[in-house]
Design a protein around this ligand. Structure first.
Ligand SMILES: [Zn+2]
Length: 353
């Protein structure tokens, strides 16, 4: 028996769909059964294999929804999910008042919006000079593109929320189309920068999208973005209640390793990859931390702990900066996904590795 367990621990999990629980080391064997859907639900929901390796072999990752972890590539994904066309209707509400993507009411509000993510734009400029075409996929009403234009880029956007796209076109004079990326006809090798800020996790076909992004970028062009981190402190601590779990809109949940793996698989060379607290409120983080570590009620102790969480790459979001290689032939990733050090694990019963 012990020899068999060792085999599982050392990389045969795709053969067995077997995982060891982080907390107690117990083995969990067998695939997560596919939920049966009523005829009514089948009209609204799709059931899908891993969006990257197409295998159905998966184990349960969360209980709130049919969220599973692929037994082959370890990516976490929503296996039973609303059909994209149904979700597209829901996305039309994103521009409404009360939504985090609500349209600004004044020019001044647009100019000061946190959705501009000026710090992220500044980081992009560490990798590429301004001046070329920058395409923001899922650009909302164009906040980020507004900043990109001010910094010298030629901004372009894709946005499925019609009202948001109209605002960018009419109020900001930024060209934004409502066509899905896979349906667009950008010239191959033409774009300097492509960005996706909290978008990649929403896409039903991430593999095809990554391939298309690579194709339309010019050699050496930059692909940069942000996704939630499924291995963050709060994801582990809050489990089913984690804010970014969002079991309607979020189809795929990445970790540093799975994101690096799939970026490399698509042909990108990852230049920088790290986690940050991001949009998660500091106050919420402290509440969650204090629940298990009461001493973190003290401001100094909390600050030190928070810095450690980020140093340990357990921040709530992952920021990535990847480049299309200059040479299409003979390219080797500078850092393969398995060379990225394993994420230090928390102690969360039921977590899977
Ligand atoms: Zn997979």
């Amino acid at each position: 028996m012990s020899g068999w367990i060792k085999r599982l621990e050392y990389g045969f999990r795709e053969d067995f769909s077997a995982f060891t629980a982080r907390w107690c080391g117990a083995l969990r064997l067998g695939p997560a059964p596919l939920p049966r859907l009523s005829r009514q639900k089948r009209k609204e929901y799709d059931q899908v294999p891993c969006p990257f390796c197409r295998t159905w072999k998966a184990v349960r990752f969360r209980q709130t929804a049919d969220i599973v972890q692929c037994a082959r590539c370890s990516v976490v994904y929503l296996r039973t999910r609303k059909k994209p066309e149904i979700l597209n209707q829901l996305y039309q509400r994103y521009a409404d008042a009360g939504s985090h993507m609500a349209l600004p009411r004044t020019r001044d509000e647009a100019a000061r919006s946190g959705l501009r993510r000026d710090a992220f734009l500044a980081e992009i400029l560490e990798f590429t000079p301004p001046g070329g075409q920058l395409l923001d996929i899922g650009c909302g009403w164009g906040a980020f593109l507004l900043g990109a234009r001010e910094r010298g880029f030629q901004p372009m956007g894709i946005e499925i929320t019609q009202r948001a796209a109209r605002y960018a076109n009419q109020e900001l004079s930024i060209p934004v189309v409502t066509t899905e990326l896979l349906e667009t006809s950008y010239e191959p090798g033409s774009l300097q920068v492509v960005t996706m800020l909290h978008v990649l996790e929403h896409l039903p076909q991430p593999q095809a999208v990554l391939a298309k992004v690579l194709r339309i970028l010019r050699p050496g062009g930059l692909f940069a973005g942000i996704v939630p981190n499924i291995e963050s402190f709060c994801s582990r601590a809050e489990g089913e209640r984690w804010f970014w779990l969002d079991p309607h809109y979020h189809y795929v949940h990445y970790s540093l390793r799975t994101l690096a793996h799939h970026l490399a698989g698509a042909g990108f060379r990852t230049e920088r990859l790290y986690t940050a607290l991001g949009d998660y409120s500091l106050q919420r983080l402290q509440e969650i931390a204090v629940a298990t570590h009461p001493e973190l009620n003290q401001r100094a102790a909390f600050e030190a702990w928070r810095r450690k969480i980020e140093a340990d790459q357990q921040g709530e979001e992952i920021r990535f900066f990847a480049r299309k290689p200059d040479l299409d032939v003979g390219y080797q990733p500078r850092q393969a996904w398995h060379e990225i050090p394993a994420i230090r694990t928390g102690s969360q019963p039921g977590d899977l590795r």
